[in-house]
Design a protein around this ligand. Structure first.
Ligand SMILES: [Zn+2]
Length: 315
C-alpha cells in the first residue's frame, strides 16, 4: 500500500502528471490519474468506489495542492465514474453519448445492486467465518483479498450517488494551462459507443481509459466495435505518445497499441474461423491464444468471442 491508498499505486510520469494504477483485485477497478495544468488540476476518471476517489482527492491535495477544476470521464462504465460525487465542485466532462448512457443505465444498475445488498452481507459473513478456519496460506490470502473487495463494494453501495457530467464536448477540447496543454479527444465505436482520451502533447503522455488495456483482456461486449476499434488504435498511434496509461493494467508504451490491435485481429480471425465451419452453436469456444495466456480477466476472452459470434454485423 502506498501512503495515499490501499486501492491504487501512484506513478509519477512527469512533473505534475500522475497515474493512479489500481491494485490487482481492488474494487476500485479502473485506473485513473491527475494532471497539474498550472493554476488548477484535471482528474482523469474517478474509479469504481467513492472511497478510492476520496484517496485520489487526498493525493491531489498533498502532491499538487491546487483546486481540481476539471474531471474527465473516459466512458460510461461505473469503474470510471462512480467516484464523481467526490468532485462535485469540478466541471465534469464527457461526451453527450457517454452522459446519456450513464443517465439511462446507472440508476437501474445501482437499484439492482442495492437489492442484492442483503445477499452481499450474508456472503461477507460466511467468507469471514471460513477465514477463521482456513489452514492453507495461499487460499487464505485469496479469501482475505476477496473479503476486502466485497466489503469495499458494500460500503460503496451505501454511499454511492450517481453524479453526471456537467459539460459535454464534441470531437475534442483543448485546455491551455500555464504549465501544459491538455487535449481531450473523443473516439467513437471502440470499447463503447464513445470513449474520451486525455493527451498531453508536451509530455508525450496519453491516458486512454478502456480504449486500451495492457495485459488484461479488453472488453468488447458492451456495444464495442472490434473492426473500428482497430482503426482507433491506429489513430492513437499517430499521437506519438511515448507513455500510455491504459484503463486496466500497468503503464506502457506504443507496443501496447500494436498488441491490442493484434488481439482484436486474432478475435476476428477466430470468430471468422468458427463461422466458416458453419458452427452456429456459440458453445464452441476456442482456447485463449498462447500470446494472451498471462493476461488478466480471462473470462472476458470468452465473452468477446460470444459477443462477436452473436453480433449481426460482419465483425
Ligand atoms: Zn469499460
Amino acid at each position: 500500500m502506498n501512503r495515499f491508498s490501499k486501492h491504487f499505486q501512484l506513478e509519477k510520469l512527469s512533473t505534475g502528471v500522475y497515474a493512479a494504477i489500481v491494485e490487482t483485485g481492488s474494487a476500485a477497478m479502473g485506473n485513473a490519474g491527475f494532471v497539474d495544468l498550472g493554476e488548477e488540476v484535471l482528474v482523469f476518471d474517478t474509479f469504481n468506489l467513492p472511497q478510492a476517489a476520496q484517496d485520489l482527492k487526498k493525493a491531489v491535495a498533498q502532491l499538487i495542492g491546487k483546486p481540481i477544476r476539471y474531471v474527465v470521464n473516459n466512458h460510461w462504465h461505473g469503474d470510471h465514474m462512480r467516484g464523481n460525487q467526490l468532485f462535485d465542485k469540478a466541471i465534469i466532462i464527457a461526451t453527450e453519448t457517454t452522459r446519456s448512457l450513464m443517465e439511462a443505465r446507472h440508476p437501474e444498475r445501482i437499484r439492482k445492486q442495492r437489492e442484492m445488498l442483503p445477499h452481499l452481507v450474508v456472503d461477507i459473513a460466511s467468507l469471514a467465518s471460513k477465514i477463521e478456519t482456513e489452514q492453507d496460506e495461499a487460499a487464505l490470502r485469496q479469501m482475505i483479498q476477496q473479503l476486502a473487495f466485497l466489503r469495499d463494494i458494500e460500503l460503496a453501495l451505501l454511499e454511492l450517488q450517481i453524479v453526471l457530467p456537467t459539460m459535454v464536448i464534441g470531437s475534442s477540447l483543448t485546455l491551455f494551462g500555464s504549465k501544459r496543454t491538455a487535449q481531450i479527444i473523443a473516439y467513437e465505436h471502440g470499447h463503447t459507443p464513445s470513449d474520451l482520451v486525455l493527451f498531453l502533447p508536451e509530455d508525450g503522455v496519453v491516458f486512454t481509459g478502456d480504449l486500451l488495456s495492457i495485459h488484461n483482456h479488453p472488453s468488447l461486449g458492451d456495444g464495442g466495435d472490434a473492426v473500428h476499434w482497430i482503426e482507433l488504435l491506429s489513430e492513437l498511434e499517430r499521437l506519438r505518445a511515448s507513455v500510455i496509461i491504459p484503463g486496466h493494467g500497468p503503464v506502457g508504451g506504443t507496443e501496447a497499441l500494436y498488441e491490442a490491435k493484434q488481439y482484436l485481429n486474432d478475435l476476428l480471425e477466430l470468430t471468422a474461423g468458427i463461422r466458416a465451419q458453419k458452427h452456429t452453436d456459440v458453445d464452441i469456444m476456442p482456447a485463449v491464444p498462447l500470446a494472451y495466456k498471462d493476461w488478466q480477466v480471462e473470462g472476458v476472452f470468452q465473452q468477446n468471442i460470444r459477443y462477436l459470434l452473436e453480433s449481426r454485423t460482419l465483425q
